[in-house]
Design a protein around this ligand. Structure first.
Ligand SMILES: Cc1cn([C@H]2C[C@H](O)[C@@H](COP(=O)(O)OP(=O)(O)O[C@H]3O[C@@H](C)[C@H](O)[C@@H](O)[C@H]3O)O2)c(=O)[nH]c1=O
Length: 384
């Protein structure tokens, strides 16, 4: 006899970087925390996962954090899969053989959902929620996160904006965060930028602009691709190494370890501007209510530029045209890795742009629409 469980399974393969696991981990945590759901998160690469969840032991095949059961997804599975209420395959990863074999045999199979990547492109509204027979008649539903009421919405914890407000209103927050990284030379009135991007040929020109700028600027760079690129630029130049940071001209570069996602959120909340990438840090930069540059994950034949354009149009539709134009050109130039153009639009926009900052504050309230992604997803699962 087949017993029916009410848990949800989320399957995630780590393609590269941290975005796939970053998105699924946030969703899993929120579903467990806010909806009391039993969530089993199956991940094929625990070593990558451990970068954003340092407590994780990558040798264990099963462990629990924040109410989420984390399983190492091996082939074959080391823990038998039990059918629950919902199965989510993240970003079209292929479900394990054991699951694929069982699904068609179940009298009432779990709701099978493919969670797609986030996009601001208008066509996703018409595709969100569509179902198609995938395995011997078992239907798969396509879930498209997005910025409209008709889409699948955006991942955002219910108390996130309140937490952020609280953090940003306290002048001690940035100071204590910096101190936790061993940084003590950032004055309250000095500008701070975080940099979490891929290798980018426009970086040297931008770094040189900041180096030669009349005002001091602090660049906080978590370890990884962005930091490697910064160090490559730094290497041949005479820079001051008398502190743990790298000082060159007016540019103070601070190397940071990767932290958990809450720590990264706090970093974004604390900066005047954030350079982010991929999918999850891109969304978190929006929730930080600060201006940002988005280094989108590059795709073949420049397909990512269409996605970038769709987002920028949406983001800028009620922003003053001159500011909107400079911000869009800056983002485009950064993604086209055009150093001189990046510098041109950076200067045109200015690091402290009142209109852009005001817009960044209002945007999260408007973008969330009536409900966040987890809320919409749970409703969809309830309605069958
Ligand atoms: C810097 C930092 C990041 N993070 C988290 C935030 C995010 O959840 C995650 C980074 O993910 P992203 O911003 O999406 O960027 P990414 O480049 O790591 O991931 C990308 O992976 C590709 C395979 C996908 O196709 C892309 O769409 C994208 O998701 O790392 C921390 O938790 N701590 C840190 O210190």
């Amino acid at each position: 006899m087949q017993t029916h469980h009410s848990h949800w399974d989320i399957f995630c393969t780590v393609v590269d970087n941290y975005g796939d696991i970053g998105v699924t981990w946030r969703l899993a945590r929120q579903l467990a925390d806010e909806y009391g759901l039993v969530i089993n998160l199956w991940v094929d690469d625990l070593a990558s996962f451990a970068h954003i969840l340092p407590q994780l032991d990558s040798r264990k095949t099963q462990q629990s954090f924040y109410g989420v059961n984390i399983f190492h997804w091996t082939q074959p599975l080391q823990h038998p899969w039990q059918p629950g209420q919902v199965v989510i395959e993240a970003f079209a990863c292929e479900l394990p053989q054991e699951v694929q074999q069982q699904l068609p045999l179940l009298p009432s199979p779990p709701m099978w959902i493919n969670l797609e990547y986030l996009s601001a492109e208008p066509w996703i509204d018409d595709c969100h929620g569509l179902q198609s027979p995938a395995l011997a008649g078992v239907k798969k539903l396509f879930y498209f996160p997005g910025f409209t009421a008709k889409s699948g919405g955006l991942i955002c914890e219910q108390d996130l904006f309140e937490q952020r407000e609280h953090w940003q209103q306290n002048p001690q927050s940035r100071l204590s965060l910096c101190q936790s990284f061993g940084i003590s030379d950032i004055a309250p009135d000095e500008s701070v930028i975080s940099l979490f991007c891929y290798e980018n040929n426009a970086l040297p020109a931008l770094l040189a602009l900041w180096r030669d700028a009349p005002q001091k600027l602090h660049l906080l760079v978590p370890q990884g691709k962005g930091l490697n690129a910064v160090k490559q630029w730094l290497e041949p130049q005479p820079f001051d190494t008398s502190t743990a940071n790298y000082i060159i001209g007016n540019l103070h570069i601070h190397e940071l370890p990767m932290t958990d996602q809450q720590g990264y959120d706090r970093l974004l909340w604390s900066c005047d501007m954030n350079i982010v990438r991929g999918e999850d840090s891109f969304l978190r930069a929006q929730w930080a209510a600060k201006p940002f540059i988005w280094h989108i994950y590059p795709q073949e034949e420049d397909a990512h530029l269409i996605k970038l354009d769709a987002f920028m149009r949406r983001y800028c539709h009620n922003l003053a045209p001159a500011v909107a134009d400079a911000w869009q050109q800056l983002n485009l130039a950064f993604n086209q890795q055009d150093g001189p153009a990046v510098c041109h639009y950076w200067q045109k926009l200015g690091l402290v742009n009142g209109a852009l900052l005001q817009h960044a504050k209002q945007w999260p309230i408007d973008a969330i629409n009536d409900a966040d992604l987890a809320n919409r997803l749970v409703k969809m699962a309830k309605n069958g």
